[in-house]
Design a protein around this ligand. Structure first.
Ligand code: PSU
Ligand code: MN
Length: 310
């Protein structure tokens, strides 16, 4: 642990990394804050199974007893899923929670920090955080985006959450030199909708070519992440007009209730789920699983690329 942050690896993850087999890092904030119990625990297991099915080893990340846990056990997942008051830990919170010897659920941003420390080059989650609607005045931009500019970890996702301003999110990624490639769609997906209405800069339907893109980016000086998007399966996607109507209402409610800052994402997601009678929560779960499966395939393609190059 030369870097000074204690890391506790699951045995399976340690072995896979040692043998240079593909591993996909996963966040835990979606378990504690994204979905309700027991759907969150079930989904976390289905996500891990999807990663395995596509030839990689899952490593769900959290903080416990002041250490990064890389590869949560079944009982860890159950404890986090059913627990209350487990804090959301983003990048700025991570050093504090570690120092206090406390526990917490990692967002995309802090999971990328952990993945890079652990030597895991791939991460998967359904929807990135991004530039919030109205960020022109609130300045609410998710740390997920900033972390993408810093961590050498490729991120496989279904785009960014639809509650965000996806045009501005794409602008941010372009400004900050983060490559975006879209697998299986022309447009940048919007989490549970197939398209954000924003065209992706690059569509690539060949996994091995994507692996070369990642390798090229990381051969350049001071690289960060590569964002690889995959759209929801057609049968899982939500009608964009229905989702948009629910989001508009949720944003108005949040404003009325004065919700801002780190609680906003969860507040909005839950309000949208209620307004759609649970349709978006269903889609959220399905997209987490299908994205993880693609993440596993991408990580495997990258491992093949490394093996062939060595
Ligand atoms: N997925 C969900 N709900 C969530 C999140 C993901 O369905 O709440 C989390 C992720 O952990 C992501 C975080 O990293 O939201 C971004 O939060 P913020 O916008 O506050 O940076
Ligand atoms: Mn925020």
């Amino acid at each position: 642990m030369g870097h000074g942050i204690p890391i506790v690896y699951a045995e399976e993850v340690r072995e896979a990394l040692h043998e240079r087999r593909p591993v996909v890092a996963l966040e835990s904030n979606v378990i504690t804050h994204g979905l309700a119990y027991p759907h969150n625990a079930e989904t976390a297991h289905r996500v891990e199974a999807a990663v395995r099915k596509s030839g990689s080893v899952p490593a769900t990340i959290c903080v416990e007893d002041g250490a990064l846990r890389v590869g949560m056990t079944e009982s860890d997942i159950e404890r986090f899923a059913s627990g209350t008051g487990i804090p959301k830990v983003s990048s700025r919170d991570l050093p504090v929670v570690l120092a206090r010897g406390a526990r917490g659920a990692t967002t995309v941003a802090s999971s990328l920090v952990a993945a890079e420390l652990a030597g895991i080059p791939f991460f998967s989650s359904a929807g990135l955080g991004g530039v919030h609607r109205g960020a022109q005045s609130t300045m609410d931009v998710s740390s997920d985006l900033i972390q993408l500019t810093r961590s050498k970890v490729a991120v496989v996702c279904a785009g960014a959450k639809m509650i965000l301003d996806l045009k501005l999110t794409m602008e941010y990624l372009e400004t900050h030199c983060v490559p975006v490639v879209s697998y299986g769609s022309d447009d940048f997906p919007a989490f549970y909708c197939s398209s954000s209405g924003v065209r992706s800069p690059h569509r690539i339907d060949d996994e091995d070519l994507i692996a070369r893109v990642v390798a090229n980016h990381w051969a350049a000086p001071a690289p960060g992440s590569v964002v690889i998007t995959t759209p929801p399966r057609p049968e899982d996607a939500v009608d964009p007009a229905q989702a948009e109507a629910a989001i508009t209402d949720a944003l108005a409610q949040a404003e009325r209730d004065g919700v801002t800052g780190q609680g906003l994402t969860k507040y909005l997601m839950r309000a949208v789920d209620r307004a759609t009678g649970g349709r978006t929560a269903e889609a959220n779960m399905a997209v987490l699983v299908s994205t993880a499966e693609t993440g596993g395939r991408m990580a495997a393609a990258y491992a093949r690329h490394l093996a062939a190059a060595s």
